[in-house]
Design a protein around this ligand. Structure first.
Ligand SMILES: C[S@@+](CC[C@H](N)C(=O)[O-])C[C@H]1O[C@@H](n2cnc3c(N)ncnc32)[C@H](O)[C@@H]1O
Length: 196
């Protein structure tokens, strides 16, 4: 459960990798506000190091992809899929040879699985891990960002989700994975999941 678009957070940040800066500009030009925050992006960048096959569902205009690219090792591959044709084209324009942008439904990325790191950010239902885990190699990681820590939920969210966040619950109760929730800003957390 989320309550915050990521793009405005870039207004106050100057020290960005050039590719991330370019993707932020493309997102602004396309009025695509749903970018990962700079803090979640840095987490993606850290996790990308040493991973051979990296994937993303829901490219937007490529901000998260650019963070992944900024951390990935030489020789690694980066695939991302976006069903909005205009966003996919904007992302491809920014990312060039760095990543392969598929314009289509998230299921099209299945042909390129399994991934050692998957940023699951649009497409599959995040509260249904099975279809997402099919994209991930044993020992691989899934990252889900943009969660609001339950301690900060207001009455409205508690009323809408009386049993708690369905995404958190689905991953923490799941056999065959180990999940940890990381606070990336005071108001945003990310789930980092290892497929055993
Ligand atoms: C939160 S935004 C992505 C932000 C991006 N990952 C980033 O960090 O900058 C989610 C994206 O998923 C895309 N999306 C939604 N449903 C999809 C689907 N079925 N297949 C592919 N992309 C989808 C939306 O168009 C949107 O651009």
């Amino acid at each position: 459960v989320t309550i915050q678009p990521g793009l405005p957070r870039y207004d106050a940040v100057d020290d960005l990798p050039p590719l991330v800066r370019a993707a932020v500009e493309a997102s602004r030009a396309a009025a695509c506000e749903k970018a990962c925050t700079p803090e979640a992006g840095r987490l993606l960048s850290v996790l990308a190091a040493g991973r051979a096959r990296i994937g993303e569902t829901g490219t937007g205009c490529g901000v998260g992809t650019a963070w992944l690219a900024s951390g990935m090792s030489t020789g690694a591959t980066l695939m991302t899929v976006e069903h909005d044709a205009a966003y996919a084209a904007a992302a491809a324009g920014v990312l060039g040879e760095t990543a392969h942008v598929i314009a289509g439904d998230w299921t099209e990325i299945r042909a390129f699985a399994p991934f050692d790191l998957l940023f699951c950010d649009g497409g599959p239902d995040k509260a249904k891990p099975a279809a997402i885990l099919e994209l991930v190699a044993p020992g691989g990681f899934v990252v889900l960002d943009d969660l609001t820590p339950e301690e900060q939920w207001g009455q409205e969210l508690h009323a809408a989700f009386p049993d708690g966040d369905p995404v958190r619950r689905a991953w923490s109760d799941r056999a065959g994975v180990t999940a940890v929730e990381l606070l990336v800003t005071p108001t945003e957390s990310a789930l980092l999941v290892a497929r055993r």
